[in-house]
Design a protein around this ligand. Structure first.
Ligand code: THU
Length: 135
């Protein structure tokens, strides 16, 4: 893992993945956020018997961040197993976007480390955010 990546966040995301409640998909995901003031928050996906009602790892981490009064994401790590990139789903791109800045980084990880890093702008180009609501 290169130095500009954040070992602590990678580990937080990995631990969160270990807590995922995924009896239906069996696909555990962990997410960890560092906010611009340096605080960290983690989340895991939580499924339930009504399959579409489960929540993603990113949503859990964001809820924890907001509960703590923080709203500016510096970087977010998302981790899952398997060969494919665990890129945030469409809904989570919008959720992360809400709390992003021009420099917010998204790091997509596998168990071995970071696989791909990108700016929010690259993950969700031409996004609709709070500024778009201003007249
Ligand atoms: N999932 C996440 O938690 N985050 C993502 O970025 C992609 C998908 C979850 C939702 C569901 O519990 C499982 O992964 C399989 O889709």
């Amino acid at each position: 893992m290169s130095q500009d990546q954040d070992k602590e966040l990678f580990e937080l995301a990995t631990q969160a993945m270990g807590k995922a409640y995924v009896p239906y998909s069996k696909f555990a995901v962990g997410a960890a956020i560092r906010t611009v003031n340096g605080s960290t928050y983690a989340g895991c996906n939580v499924e339930n018997a009504s399959y579409p009602e489960g929540t993603c790892a990113e949503a859990g981490a964001i809820a924890s961040m907001v509960l703590d009064g923080q709203t500016k994401i510096e970087s977010i790590y998302v981790i899952g197993k398997g060969d494919a990139l665990v890129t945030p789903c469409g809904g989570c791109r919008q959720r992360v976007r809400e709390f992003s800045t021009a420099s917010t980084m998204i790091h997509i990880c596998g168990p071995e480390g970071v696989r791909k890093s990108m700016l929010m702008e690259e993950l969700l180009p031409f996004s609709f955010g709070p500024e778009n609501l201003k007249e």
